[in-house]
Design a protein around this ligand. Sequence first.
Ligand code: NAD
Length: 480
Amino acid sequence: MLITYDRLSIGGEWVAPSTEARIKVTNASTGAQIGSVPEASEPDIDAAVSAARMAFDNNSGWSTWAPTQRALALRSLADQLEQRAENMAHRVSSQNGMPISISRHLEGMHPVSVLRYYADLAERMPVEEDRDGINGPVVVRRQPVGVVAAIAPWNFPQTLAAFKYAPALAAGCTLVIKPSPETVLDSALFAEAVHASDIPAGVVNVVPGGREAGAYLVGHRDVDKVAFTGSTAAGRSIGEVCGRLLRPVTLELGGKSAAIVLDDADLNLERIGQELFAATLFNNGQTCFLGTRILAPRSRYAEVVDAIATLASSLRVGDALDPETQIGPMVSRSHRDRVERYIAKGKEEGARLVVGGGRPRGDGPGWFVEPTVFADVDNRSTIAQEEIFGPVLSIVSYTDDDDAIWIANDSDYGLGGSVWTNDPKRGRAVANRVQTGTIGINHYRPDLAAPFGGFKNSGVGRELGPEGLAAYQQLQTIFC
Ligand code: NAD
């Protein structure tokens, strides 16, 4: 049965869209259409921003509530999302191909945890601080920044939206959320949860649309801050607009991280296979932080290639809704074609294809790509420098730890990464020298309480942790 919505969630109500344009969504595992929603056009975005503006400016409204009061409303939204978690996971996996075993946790339950984390933090973090200034007493106040335009990608649509709306709401901001056109059915379910929660009308508005809708929202006169997750190309253009408008912006962008295998690493897949998978191939490779460049010491090169090839070829590829599936399809035909172009480029540039490279279902339905491993990859080659965003790993050799660090840093990006070693001290020493916003030792697990974001072309600013809350606050100093 098709999932069909006829209205948009604006100002706390389901309102008729201003045009008949619709966004149709397909199942990535089968290619079949599964639903549609109205596409928001400029008048709808104007209405959404205006609702958010009114909800923010209202003298007794959301932004004036005590943090403890707001925390209660955040928890009520968390409860509503928890009730819908299974449905949410199902919708996300159908649309973007994320294995359901991952989306149950990450798209169903994780936003619930993010909301509860920020509800707790809002209660704990003081919004006013008295200081002894040089000239007398001073009060430093943390005020909500205002109306936030939150733009999310399709790969973790609910979690990455939550990284924005949860701290923004905790800070007292109001929002207009623009989901990706590939994943709008989950955003409609999210809007249902907002309506059923204690979040006041107009505080959260959802405008499904594409790039043009996003660009219109980013430049809207009544937006005070932009929070974006997506490609570096789009982030650059959003950053330019925000620079011109002097509008605060957080940019979480692409990555091409290094998984550095040191010469003392444990390569037993029974012990490390699960963590290695999560750090390099999670969500079909459609994950920004993955260590898709595996750096292997010359002294154990053949062993590393063997371990990575064994891991990749052992993964179960299948329908995203099958609980046994470890690798689902790419989000769309055009994205599958893009990943395949990179595989062709890797061969053309002389890398050695060790496993994969084809379509596991031949020309059958769905946008599947076999988990693929290239060895003997030159770190300057296209497949080692550009983000592929699919299940494709490149193994690059190095001589010693200094060389590994140099190669890891020889990238325009700096988002994630990992170091694999039996010596935690040595792992830390290497991690400290990698130019990246986040890095794990013998695993890669982002943490709600710790800042997440990138160096270099991977972004500007941080989400999560208290730093993620501060991104939605501006400081006012009162000299008393
Ligand atoms: P994308 O940049 O094409 O689109 C992301 C979102 O931005 C979508 O909602 C899209 O409609 C919108 N958009 C695109 N151009 C815009 C513009 N000029 N102005 C305003 N909005 C615009 O990215 P995608 O293909 O949806 O997502 C994949 C990319 O996201 C990858 O590069 C990946 O690395 C990155 N990503 C980064 C993180 C992170 O935290 N750093 C997390 C997940 C994904």
